[in-house]
Design a protein around this ligand. Sequence first.
Ligand code: HEM
Length: 365
Amino acid sequence: MRQMTPIMQECVGVLMEKIAQKAQTEEDFDISEMYQGLTTDVIGQTAFGIQTNVQQNPKDPFLTNCRAFFNIQTSEFFIFLLLCFPEFYNILYPIRKLVDVIWHQIFSTPGRSLVEGVMKVIEERRKNPALRRVDLLQMMLDARMTKEEIQNVTAKQLTVGEDEPAEGAYNGKKESFKDDKKQMKFITDVEIKANCFLFLLAGYETTSTALAFTTHILVNRQDVQERIREEINDVLGHDGDLDYNTVNNLRYLDQVFSESLRMYPPVVTFITRAACEDYQLGDFKIPKGTAIQVPVWQLHHDPKIWPEPYEFKPERFLPENKKDIHPMAYQPFGSGPRNCGDIQYKVKLITIGPVNGVHVKVVPV
Ligand code: HEM
């Protein structure tokens, strides 16, 4: 991910230029939309391998197709039904698939255009090694594992993050992973395509929302903004540049982001699991197979866990306080083996953005 920093920095550079232009002309603008442009460019360029230009060109075909593709999704309604009535999965899932297929046959060319676009890039890169680039798509194209390597992958290695898995918690998962992977030695084209869409779906709105809320906090907290600015100037004075490594020295900014993600977690309904066995949780019996949704907002605003939960207090994430936070009490990126992969990448992405952003002073109007 470190190698992809230049792509991200270039995209952030475009954003900064646009903000500077708007500031000069004193024109009103919606920062949230600008962040969406930023994250679409980053994901388009790193995951789809396409030279997008969404930030400069609001009619960029990648953006138009993405918007059209997401707008015509019929899935949300069915996902909602499936979450509420998992016992009807066997009936609801095929209906949802059928409706999706018919809907897309009638209305959708955007989805197809995106798929065709990514297939074209895959084909060209395979034919011409000179077109190799350091991005997520290339990593997927290159991904290969021998049977032996697959056998030795542990559930622990699949778990990104600092929280330790509970003892014995993933035994079932580990076995099924091994079984699944025995037949799969490399990522197939279908899986590459599916992953591209997953990155788009999972990355574009979440990251831009996190950036927008953090900006909202900074606008209202000039003192916080000033402290971040001082920290950045210190790091710039010492290290000369902000990159994947030096950004780690921005400790206060890191605390500000962590607190922003606590107060305004961008994902509040999609951390879901199914109980793999009967479980007694205090007075509650959770039967095997129960669908469970983690109440992220409630967890992040529970006064028993976070005193004065509606107050912005980045010091909650000072190292001496952070060590006492229960890993399950703070879940902006989920938890366990299906958490948001490579947290570092996301944190760097959202950090590098406003890091440059605080060169611009944002004030309330
Ligand atoms: C601030 C930004 C982001 C937040 C808050 C966030 C949050 C989350 C959450 C809560 C989950 C569900 C985890 C779970 O069930 O335990 C998730 C999953 C995921 N996220 Fe993110 N995400 C962010 C950015 C991104 C980006 C930039 C990408 C990729 C480009 C991404 C890719 C994924 C993927 C692929 C999954 C599914 C993982 C799996 O099911 O194994 N996310 N994310």
